[in-house]
Design a protein around this ligand. Sequence first.
Ligand code: S3P
Length: 164
Amino acid sequence: MKLILIGFMGSGKTTVGQLLSQQLNEQVLDLDREIERQSHQTIPQIFAQSGEQGFRQLEHEVLRQSINFTGILATGGGTPLREDNLQLLRHTGVPVVLLAASPEETHRRLQQQDNRPLGNKLDVDGIRQLQRERQPFYDRCADLRIVTDRLTPMEIAQQIIKYL
Ligand code: S3P
């Protein structure tokens, strides 16, 4: 594995992961897409059928299988919240990059898509609160933190490449 992207919903992990994949000529594995591929269900369907707990279990299993992937891994916003996931992410030895965005910008981005069972119903204050709760977990994993509010995906990718 070359690099792991972590961060809250809407922070740009998927978009930046795809750009980095092109720029670095590395494959990208998007954990949410891999969960959907393996379960033959969309993320909202998994939440509706198995609840968050069921989703988290699947997410853990797919992470465990994917952790030796040699490329760019884009995680889900909640992946670092479980201690066992956090340990897996930290012990790969590859750089872990945290993408961050303000609650306002995150809210704007989440409004544009309807595929986040945990994020779509949150207002700006709800997002701020959840980001605060998750920050300590993200901080425990991250080697580099990039605030993405005023950056284009290409600028973010360039910053990451410079860091590598
Ligand atoms: C989640 C984030 C989502 C997805 C699921 C739960 C979360 O991924 O894994 O809806 O708890 O933050 P993205 O960060 O790619 O939206």
